[in-house]
Every structure is written in C-alpha cells, then in structure tokens.
Ligand binder design. Sequence first.
Ligand SMILES: Nc1ncnc2c1ncn2[C@@H]1O[C@H](COP(=O)(O)OP(=O)(O)OP(=O)(O)O)[C@@H](O)[C@H]1O
Length: 584
Amino acid sequence: METLKPDKLDRTKADTGLNISKKARVIAKIRGFADLEAESANWVCIQKPNGEDSDSVTVSFGEQPSSRKECYKLDYCYEQNEGNGIIFAREVKPLISEVFNGINATIVACGAKGSGKTRVIQGSYEEPGLAALAVDEILSISEKMGKSITISFYEIFQDHVYDLLDPKQQEVQILENGQGKIQLKGLSQVPVKSISEFQKLYISMHNSRKPVQKITMDLPRRSHKGLIVNVSPVSNFLPTGKMNFVDLAGYQDIRRKSTEGSIFVENTKVNKSIYTLFNVVYALNANESHVPYRESKLTRMLQESLGCKSKILMLTCLSPSFCQDSMYIVSLASRCCQGINPTVSDSTKKTKSLVSSMLLSSHKNQLPRSVSTTKTQTGSQMHSSTKKATGVASAVKGRKLFDEAIQSTKSEKMSQKESSAPNAMVDKGQMIDKENNHLLINKDMSPPLSERLQEISNNLKQLISSTPQCIEIPPKNDTSNIQACADIVEPKTPDGSMIVYEKWEIANMKSPWETFNMRSSGMKNSLVQEYLKLLNTGGKEDLKRLKGIGEKRASYILELREESPEPFKNIKGMMKKEMECLFN
Ligand SMILES: Nc1ncnc2c1ncn2[C@@H]1O[C@H](COP(=O)(O)OP(=O)(O)OP(=O)(O)O)[C@@H](O)[C@H]1O
C-alpha cells in the first residue's frame, strides 16, 4: 500500500476560504499513456492560472484549430504523472472524516471508454485505486474506534441492478418506504476486516465478470459498477455514513458506431444513465428545485448519497490521445462544474433566452438540460506533459469547495441547527425522520417525471397547433435551427453546431418574425423528439399520464417495444401505430 503523508496532504477546514456554493466538485485526471499509445500524441491541454493552487482550471483539446479553441472549466485537473495516491490524499481522504460524521460521500469516475476509470477507482493489487486507499484508511480509523465496516458491490446492466457479492446474483430492487427512504432489497452487506480481504472481494469480483442471470455473456458489456462502504459513525446518535465509489461504463457516442439490436439498446441505456447523472449533479450544483433522480436506476439508487448533505466528487477521466468522446464528457462535466450562473457564449445565451420566452415559464426548468458549458477562447495553453507536479504541499484548495458547500435549503439548515444544538439528544430514528421529511419536502417542490412529461406533451400540442403552417423551413440538409433548439433540450456533442447556426443565421438575415417562425419550428421538432422518446422509453404509468393514453394503449405501446426497441421513429410512424392500436 502506498505510503502517504496525511499531515501535509490533508485539506482541512482551515484551508477553506472560497465562497462557492457548490455541492459537487468536478475534477479531471489525464490517464497515463497505455502500452501502444504514441507519447507524442499529446492531445489534452490544461491551463492552471495559479498552478496547483488554482481554484479552477481550463481544459482544451489539441486537435482543434487554435483560432477557435474551446476551453472547458473544471475545478481541477490531475496530470499524467499524478497517481492515485495524490488524488486520494487531496480529494478523497478529507471526505472520510465527513463519512464518520454520518454524511454520505460519492466518488464517480466518468469518461470515455478506456479513459482509465477502472484504474483510478479500482486500481490493482500493485497500484491500489481510490476505493482501496479509502477502505484502508476507514479500516484503520474503525479499528481504533472498535467499530466495523461492511461493503456492498453491485453492477447496473441495462437498467437492472445485480449484487456482485452474492453468488446467486439476485436482481436488486430499489424500494422507497413510506417516508421516502430508499431501500436496496437484495443487496448484501459483507463485513470486511482487512484490506487484503477487501481487495480479494473487490478486485476478483470486478475482474471475474461473472455471467449475470438471464444475460448472455458472449459479448463484452457496458455496465456501471458501484461499491458502497458502510461506516459506523463516531457517535451512536449519528446515522451510518456511506462512501460510494462508482466506476461508470465508458461513454460512447452511439451515433458514430454502427451497432445494432441489443448492443444498440444497451448503449442507449448506458448513455441515458450517464446523462441523467450529469443532470442530477448539475441540478444539485445549481441549487435547482427539481433534481431528476428518478430518471435512472443509478441516480435513484444513489439518491441519498447525492442529495441532502452528501458530498460528490465527479472525476472525469481523459485519454491523453485524440478521443472525441472525451471532449463530450468534459463538456458535460464543465457544465456541472459551473453550477450557478455559468458563463455561456453569446450564441448559446441568445438561443436560451429565446427558448425560455417561448416556453411557459413554469416549464422551463423541467426540460432535460442542455450542454451549455463555459467555452472561452484560449490564451496561452500548457500541454499536460510540459507541466511537472511540484509536490503536494501547496495543492490544498480542492476540498474547500466541499467544506463551503452550502446547506442551501431551509430544511437542511434546520436539521443542521437542531443536530448541533446543546443537549440535543437526537436519536437515529429522529434524524432519519428529518431526512425523510426533507425528501418529502423536495418531492412536493419537484413534480414527478410523469407530470413533467405531461407538460411536455401539452407544450407539444400547443406548439403544433400554434405554429403557422407557412413557416419558412431552412434547406433540407441544414439542421442548424433544429440543432440550436435541440441544444436546449438534449445533450449534444459539442461539434461546433452553434457556430454553424450563427453563420447560417447571418447568411440568411431573416426578419425577426421569420427567425421566430424558424426557431419555433425547431422547437416543435425538439418537442416531437421528446414525445417520441417518451413513447419509446417511458414506463407504463408515465405513458398513461399522457392525454389519450389509457391502460390499453399503454400496454399496447409496451408490447410494441418488446417487439422492437424503438417502435416510434417519427410522427408518421406514431400515427400508424395509433391506428393499429385503435383497430386492435
Ligand atoms: N495511468 C495509466 N498509465 C498507463 N496506462 C493506463 C493508465 N490508466 C489506464 N491505463 C490503461 O488504459 C487502458 C484502459 O484503462 P481502464 O480499464 O482503467 O479504462 P476504463 O475507462 O475503465 O475502460 P472501460 O471504459 O472499458 O471500462 C488499460 O489498458 C489500462 O492499463
């Protein structure tokens, strides 16, 4: 196990000084060169205005033309020569004391396929990952306190959760009790007494990739893997703290891959859950009233470790050589990182404000979010390889974002005050009740998915009926106006479409009315896509919330989806299916 100097490396509360109300810290790590990678192909550039003391850094990619280089702001970026030990000491270790105080922490590794996520989270026997380093530390503290720890290890494959520590590999059910508390039925908790015992369970299970029930294992599969470390708190009056490590499946843009059948469905589900996680982190960092936990199994499972007083570390892994998917993931990460008041390019602002005014104001926060990120033109860029790590003593600012993370909602503030009040003998049950109440309060504030979908459907109908039929549609192959609006509705690869949009707009010089008409057409198209997506992916209850869809039609839609993964390709197809349904 790597020897660390915690006294020098810890980021203590004394280091905190930033007034940044962010719940999630978003950082990156550039992976070392793999065996067959050309070391000359150094593609990621990072800019640290204050070296290792920088409060934020910018990441850009070498192959973009320097005149139009886009930079993505993140809280920090670790370079190729900085290993798991340093990341643990600066980012993860400070969270451990929080976990002993009954607070949940979640460390998520995200990135393109092969970007080094597993190496950072799981590591190997030779170079332990963040999870093993954390368990080692937690075990040594627990031993001193005479306490014990347990671990759970699960896999999410095609939106099903499986227990990796249970030989029977039962599917885990995510249940919510009467008070809104999440329970993971069927997920075992195994006591762990030593680091070697942990490594044996974690590394061997991770690598064994045992066949999961009812799933053929002939093809490599993309799945998320999660570890939960349950920690006994310092006081019996505190709830059990959890430290979660999530090794996300690698992001792959399926539009660029010629996949079919079950692989296509698998990839779509994986990407959707990655988007949802980013949307949740964005919503938390931006203090939004609605957090879309319910939109994926992963975020649903992690709800109690992402919301309330939890701490989140998003670790974006980057390939050092050209990788389009890495660019996309960084753009998502950067957007989460910005939280409140992200700086956006003029074109993005323009589009956003237009769409906001077009939507009923009560709906605007309820649409799936765009990938607007901080994009700036670069000044002097520094290639990652040219920067040398200059020791660790000065790199102490990262964790202070966590320490400053505000307890933003009133209910959180109240529960904090009460738990720290003198003589407040708050028992475990009461504390849990408070958390539950908080969840219920939040639930009241944020309507469930089905309500949002209903509203999207209503918007769609309104727009279809109100959009003039004689609108001037841009040339058939020019999808820029649709793209501009789709940017608001759905995450997209930052492929310069906004630039294309601006050029197109300038070249055509439309009147305000014509521009409005064109954009509303794009808006309509986006909403149609959302509506179709709902028909293709929504649950039965969500489908039934849509006007005109009752029990029978919802069942029929689900039947159609069993026959083919995405039966509703366009409006025409939808109408046809509707007619078939009527005559069935
Ligand atoms: N720091 C590093 N130095 C050298 N090679 C590395 C480093 N990190 C990862 N690699 C290599 O890169 C490859 C991908 O690593 P890893 O499996 O950790 O990526 P991943 O993002 O988890 O992949 P996937 O998306 O397929 O799960 C492996 O061959 C690994 O040995």
